[in-house]
Design a protein around this ligand. Structure first.
Ligand SMILES: Cc1ncc(COP(=O)(O)O)c(C=O)c1O
Length: 397
């Protein structure tokens, strides 16, 4: 008999993927240029040339037995050291190589971090709006995901609800800043208050509460906004990073977990993750990709198009009368729909070949997400279509 849990998941496929597949099919019918596909968070700029040069050089010059050999189970020491040095320089931390564990993107990082600090039956808190894949990431470990309702005023944290919901059964709190889907960056004040609440509750309950910080958009920031590094504010932090968006390498599956050196059991968390890796068959990202990213840790692709697109879209949405919080980063924007039912709103938009993602799966009803990691020219062409949609479908707003 097949596994009932996974069988059950077949009927709960990602709406984002379904919409993206629909957009591809529709593109085959009417030409992809005519489909305004804002569904998928797939980077729209090529990977940094420095990455390509680094991996080509490795293939040309490195001993193939080492380049293609198995990675040590705790991942490659020189790579871990390079990541630690870079984080120490950038965020004034004091990581050693022993605190870094290379993973297959942020998904791999989160799966390891969650398993390392929770056991089946524990609760993990996250904040709406949240990346819908947190559902399978957390429930796949046997823990339970509980969602703190959104603060829709500015999409910072709803602290009243958070303090009530941070009960004794919560072993980890999962945050994502800059945030998918809102594009909002948690302010220093938010992170400081979050850290204070968690520290107080740890003391009250007499057990650790880990902060798992999901940071794949850390490099995509607008208007010079500051993105505080959460681990700097709270010792029990595991930072989960991905090069998928910063270097436009989503298919290479590369990221890491950085364990705060002052965290409880900091010296054994990476070896524990290596054991988790063994048990799940993760067994390390590709050796050559680990070695190549280590050469370009502080480089990025040319990410400027995302800010250009955000400004065009934000201004147009405001002009059309949408309620929307201005994103501080990422390549997402999260306006309020023009009717309560975001699914109905997005279905109507589909008739104009505008592919928008309804917000229910992000844990907030009545909003929609636009992923603007597409050509600027297409964003510009989408504005009159958006205007026509709004004027025809919602004439009496
Ligand atoms: C918030 C968030 N976390 C994690 C991930 C997974 O990232 P990766 O592709 O690096 O595994 C994504 C991907 O879109 C994301 O948006």
């Amino acid at each position: 008999m097949v596994n009932e849990q996974y069988k059950g998941m077949l009927s709960g496929k990602s709406i984002i993927r379904e919409l993206s597949e629909y957009a591809t099919r529709r593109g085959e019918e009417i030409g992809y240029d005519n489909v305004f596909d804002f569904s998928l968070g797939n980077p729209s700029v090529p990977c940094a040339t420095s990455y390509t040069e680094a991996i080509v050089k490795l293939h040309q010059n490195m001993d193939p037995m080492s380049l293609h050999g198995y990675s040590p189970s705790t991942t490659i020491p020189s790579v871990r050291q390079a990541v630690a040095d870079s984080l120490n320089r950038r965020f004034d931390m004091n990581y050693g190589m022993e605190h870094i564990f290379m993973t297959t993107g942020a998904a791999g990082a989160l799966s390891h971090a969650l398993r390392a600090v929770t056991k089946p039956g524990d609760e993990v808190l996250t904040f709406a709006p949240f990346f819908p894949e947190y559902g399978p990431y957390v429930t796949g470990t046997g823990a339970k995901l509980t969602v703190v309702p959104a603060n829709t005023e500015d999409f910072q944290i709803n602290f009243t609800a958070f303090e009530e919901m941070l009960t004794e059964n919560v072993m980890a709190v999962l945050i994502n800043t800059p945030n998918n889907p809102s594009g909002v960056v948690y302010s220093r004040e938010t992170i400081e208050r979050l850290a204070q609440v968690m520290a107080d509750k740890q003391r009250e309950y007499g057990h650790d509460i880990f902060l798992i910080s999901d940071e794949p958009y850390r490099e995509i920031l607008f208007d010079g906004v500051e993105c505080p590094y959460p681990s700097k504010f709270y010792d029990n932090t595991l930072s989960c990073y991905s090069f998928s968006k910063s270097l436009s390498l989503p298919g290479e599956r590369i990221g890491y977990v950085a364990v705060n050196p002052a965290c409880t059991d900091a010296d054994i968390l990476v070896p524990i993750m290596a054991q988790i890796s063994r048990g799940t068959g993760h067994n390390c990202p590709s050796s050559s990709v680990q070695l190549a990213v280590a050469k370009v840790l502080e480089d990025t692709s040319d990410l400027s198009v995302y800010e250009t697109n955000m400004n065009i879209l934000y201004d147009a949405l405001v002009d059309l009368g949408f309620e929307v919080v201005r994103p501080g980063g990422t390549f997402y924007i999260f306006p309020k729909a023009l009717e309560e039912d975001a699914n109905a709103f997005c279905m109507k938009a589909k008739a104009y070949d505008l592919i928008l993602v309804p917000s229910d799966n992000f844990g907030v009803p009545g909003y929609f997400r636009m992923a603007y990691c597409i050509d600027t020219e297409k964003v510009k062409r989408a504005i009159p279509v958006l205007r026509e949609f709004v004027e025809k479908e919602y004439p009496n707003r």
